[in-house]
Design a protein around this ligand. Structure first.
Ligand SMILES: NC(=O)c1ccc[n+]([C@@H]2O[C@H](COP(=O)([O-])OP(=O)(O)OC[C@H]3O[C@@H](n4cnc5c(N)ncnc54)[C@H](O)[C@@H]3O)[C@@H](O)[C@H]2O)c1
Length: 250
């Protein structure tokens, strides 16, 4: 049996942990060559070893790092097909008037400018090679159904959803697809910051109480949605924001 992503090459940012690691694991299981692009060398190397992928130490806010990771995809696997912009950052949940300029810059640099650099470097590659491309941005339900005290994180995800829809329209004729996946709260390295306290089942209760299916999202939930969007089954799907949220956004 061949996998749903057999022979495709994917860069997954932030794949050393959390949702990104789940996405990389699913993509590898479905036959893709995976490049784990993350700031964290130790966790990234470990993930690459376990998933039979390649690790590239990448800071998504650095355009040179994007040039390097593209070069790696071309030299190691002969080209690139899929980019999952999953790396993200946030500050701890707090009243909006207390958010510092440093907090603001962090979310905008990683969550928005990281996607900007990815497209500035990779879209010219897809155009030049006349190769269909597939961008998937891990946004968040925060982008359309915001919770209080996360104003600029929420706004950064809204920006990514809007930018992806714009690029879907702009590059549709060249067969470059742009979609978002928007998870509801999960249990990852970032969750304690969203809920503003240690990530325990008890402390997550407030957030989870607004999810009709009654549980947080998992890396597997997010990975399954990304796999569909990355596969040829989604060849006609572009510009969507697919909520992986157990009904939170209804
Ligand atoms: N955890 C949640 O509840 C939740 C909900 C909705 C959306 N999200 C989004 O999911 C995505 C993945 O986050 P997660 O929850 O798995 O958290 P996580 O902390 O487990 O993983 C984030 C990964 O991104 C990497 N990273 C951070 N900054 C980077 C940079 N500048 N360059 C490269 N890598 C960088 C980290 O090293 C880490 O491995 C984020 O975009 C986040 O906003 C998370």
């Amino acid at each position: 049996m061949t996998g749903r992503l057999q022979g495709k090459t994917a860069i997954v940012t932030g794949a050393a942990s959390g949702f990104g690691r789940g996405i990389a694991a699913k993509f590898a299981a479905e036959g893709a060559n995976i490049i784990i692009a993350d700031l964290s060398s130790e966790a990234g190397e470990a993930a690459a070893k376990e998933l039979n992928g390649v690790f590239s130490r990448t800071d998504v806010t650095d355009p040179k790092a994007w040039e390097d990771v593209l070069q790696l995809a071309v030299s190691k696997f002969g080209g690139l097909d899929i980019v999952v912009n999953n790396a993200g950052a946030t500050y701890a949940n707090k009243p909006t008037e207390e958010i510092t300029e440093k907090d603001f810059d962090l979310v905008m640099n990683v969550n928005v400018k990281g996607v900007y650099h990815s497209t500035n470097v990779l879209v010219p590659y897809f155009l030049k090679e006349k190769r269909p491309g597939c961008f998937i941005q891990v946004a968040s339900t925060a982008g359309t159904r915001p919770r209080p005290k996360l104003t600029w994180y929420n706004a950064s995800k809204a920006a990514v959803i809007n930018a992806s829809k714009t690029m879907a329209v702009e590059y549709g004729p060249q067969q470059i697809r742009f979609n978002c996946v928007s998870p509801v709260v999960g249990s990852t390295g970032m969750t304690h910051l969203f809920i503003g306290m240690p990530d325990t089942e008890e402390n997550r209760k407030n957030f989870v109480s607004t999810i009709p299916i009654g549980r947080p999202s998992t890396p597997a939930d997010v990975a399954n949605a990304c796999c569909y969007l990355a596969s040829d089954e989604a060849a006609f799907i572009t510009g969507v924001n697919l909520e992986v949220d157990g009904g939170r956004c209804v």
